[in-house]
Ligand binder design. Structure first.
Ligand code: PMT
Length: 433
C-alpha cells in the first residue's frame, strides 16, 4: 500500500451485481429499524453505494453510528443541516439516487408520503427524486389492516410507489399476522430484481391500449363494457419500469395516468384505432389490453331518444355496424411490432385463446377467464395464461401489477433477437441472469 492510499472497503464488492448503483435507504421509526444495518450491509456487499437517511423516530431504534459504519457515509436526517447541505444539498441527493428504498416504512411515514408532505428530509427526497420509490412497510397487524393505511397504500401505489411486503408472522408486539418487514436478504434480492427488470425493455417503444371504448347511442347513452383499465394501466407501468418508452391509449376510465407514461385519452373504438395506427410504425411492441366494443350503433341519434307516449316498451331495435379490429390492423402493418393480444373468455378459455392467437396473427396472447369472481374485469387480481407459438405458461392468481411484471418478463424473453429497437440510442440489450 502506498502512503496516502486507502485500504479497500471491506464491505463493498466492486464487482457485485449492484456495482455503483446509487441507493438511498430511508429508515423510519419502527421496531423493524433494527434490521436496517443488515439491509445496508447486504446492499453494500453487492456493490451498491448507499446513503442512509433517517427520520426522527428512527433514531429511537437504531443509531447513526451503526448505520454510518455499515454504509461508509455519514447518515443524513436533517433538512436544515448546513454542513450536510453544503456537501450535497437535498435536491442533489434526490438526483443522485437511482432508487429510494424505505425500510421500514411505518404507518405514519406512509401517511405522510401519501399526503405528499415535505416536512422532513426523507419525505422531501421522495418528492424531489425522479428515481423509483420502493417501500417496505412494517407495523402492528391492526394498523396494517386499518382502512386509513389501506387508503394511503392505494394512493402511494397509484402514484407509482412499489411496495415490498409486509411478511406475515409473529410480531414484536405479540400479535401474529401481516405487518413484519420483509427480511433484509429478501429485500436486497428485490432490489437486485428491480435493477435487472429495469433493463428488460431498455430502448424499446411500447404501445398499450387499455380500458373500454364507448359507442354512442344518443348524447346520453352508449354501448360499453366492464373494463376498468386496471390491467392495461398495470402493464403500461410495468413496461415503463422495464426501461421502455411507453404510450398508453386509454378508453374512459377513472385511473390516474401511470407516472412516466405518455397517456392519450380516447372514447370510441374508431378513435382508439386512429390513435394506435398513428404510432404503430414507430413501436417495437404492441399490447392490446383494451376491451374494444366490436360493434357501434349505425346511426347514433343527435338528440336524446325519448320514450314515445303509448309506444310499446319492448321491441325497439338498434342497428349495429362493426368497429375496426385494431389488433388485426396492427398485425397487418408493414412495420409490424411484436404483437400481444388479450382474450377475455368465459368458457373453454385456453382453446378459444389458441384459436384467437392464430386467427388474429398474434405473437403472444394473454387469456383471462372473465366469468370467475374476483378476477378479470374491474377486480384488483387476475389469473392468466400466456400462449405463444410452441409454448404456454400459466400464472397463478395475483395482483394485476404482479402479473403485469411477469407478462413483461415473458415478452422480453420472447422478443426476436433480430428485432431492432425503435430507439437504438436508449438500447442496452436484455439482461437476464
Ligand atoms: O380493465 P380491467 O378491468 O383491468 O380488465 C382487464 C380485461 C379483462 C379487460 C383484460 O384483461 C382483457 O381481457 N382485455 C381484452 C378484452 C377483450 O376485448 O378481449 P377480446 O377477446 O374481445 O379481444 C381480443 C383482442 O383483440 C384484445 O387484445 C382486444 O384489445 C383486441 N381487439 C378486440 C376488438 C377490436 N375491435 N379491436 C381489438 O383490437
Amino acid at each position: 500500500m502506498t502512503r496516502g492510499s486507502h485500504p479497500p472497503d471491506p464491505l463493498q464488492s466492486p464487482a457485485g451485481p449492484l456495482a455503483h448503483r446509487r441507493i438511498i435507504v430511508g429508515v423510519s421509526g419502527g421496531i423493524a429499524a433494527y434490521k436496517a444495518p443488515v439491509l445496508v450491509r447486504r446492499l453494500r456487499e453487492q456493490g451498491a453505494d448507499v446513503q442512509v437517511v433517517t427520520t426522527r423516530g428512527a433514531e429511537h431504534f437504531v443509531t447513526h453510528t451503526s448505520l454510518q459504519a455499515v454504509s461508509g457515509r455519514p447518515v443524513r436526517s436533517d433538512l436544515w443541516d448546513e454542513r450536510a447541505e453544503a456537501a450535497m444539498g437535498h435536491i442533489e441527493l434526490a438526483r443522485w439516487a437511482e432508487l429510494l428504498l424505505v425500510a421500514p416504512a411505518t404507518a405514519d411515514l406512509l401517511s405522510r408520503l401519501a399526503a405528499g408532505r415535505a416536512d422532513d428530509l426523507l419525505c422531501t427526497l421522495r418528492l424531489a427524486t425522479r428515481a423509483p420509490v420502493l417501500l417496505a412497510p412494517a407495523m402492528n397487524v391492526a394498523m396494517w389492516e386499518h382502512p386509513a393505511t389501506r387508503r394511503n397504500l392505494e394512493r402511494l401505489q397509484a402514484d407509482g410507489c412499489l411496495i415490498a411486503g409486509p411478511d406475515q408472522g409473529p410480531m414484536a408486539c405479540g400479535e401474529y399476522g401481516p405487518g413484519r418487514m420483509v427480511e433484509p436478504e429478501a429485500l436486497a434480492e428485490t432490489v437486485l430484481d428491480h435493477f435487472r427488470a429495469g433493463e428488460w425493455l431498455r430502448g424499446r417503444r411500447v404501445l398499450v391500449t387499455a380500458g373500454p371504448t364507448q359507442e354512442a347511442i344518443d348524447p346520453v347513452r352508449y354501448i360499453s363494457n366492464r373494463s376498468s383499465g386496471k390491467q392495461g394501466y398495470a402493464l403500461a407501468a410495468a413496461a415503463q419500469r422495464s426501461g421502455a418508452e411507453v404510450t398508453l391509449i386509454s378508453g374512459p376510465v377513472s385511473l390516474p395516468p401511470p407516472p412516466g407514461v405518455t397517456t392519450v385519452a380516447v372514447t370510441t373504438a374508431r378513435e382508439m384505432h386512429d390513435a394506435v395506427m398513428a404510432r404503430v410504425g414507430e413501436s417495437d411492441i404492441f399490447i392490446g389490453v383494451a376491451a374494444v366494443a366490436d360493434f357501434r350503433p349505425a346511426s347514433p341519434a343527435e338528440q336524446k331518444i325519448k320514450k314515445e307516449p303509448g309506444a310499446a316498451t319492448s321491441g325497439r331495435t338498434l342497428e349495429l355496424v362493426e368497429n375496426p379490429d385494431i389488433i388485426a390492423a396492427v398485425a397487418a402493418h408493414p412495420r409490424r411490432p411484436f404483437v400481444v393480444g388479450f382474450a377475455a373468455e368465459t368458457h373453454d378459455a385456453l382453446a378459444h385463446a389458441r384459436e384467437k392467437r392464430q386467427r388474429k396473427n398474434l405473437d403472444l396472447i394473454v387469456v383471462n377467464d372473465v366469468s370467475q369472481p374476483g378476477i378479470g374485469f374491474d377486480s384488483d387480481d387476475n389469473r392468466v395464461a400466456l400462449i405463444w407459438d410452441g409454448g404456454e405458461r400459466e400464472l397463478a392468481q395475483a395482483g394485476k401489477d404482479v402479473l403485469a411484471r411477469e407478462i413483461i418478463a415473458t415478452i422480453a424473453e420472447r422478443l426476436p433477437s433480430g428485432l431492432a429497437p425503435a430507439n437504438p440510442q436508449g438500447a442496452k440489450g436484455i439482461t437476464f441472469s
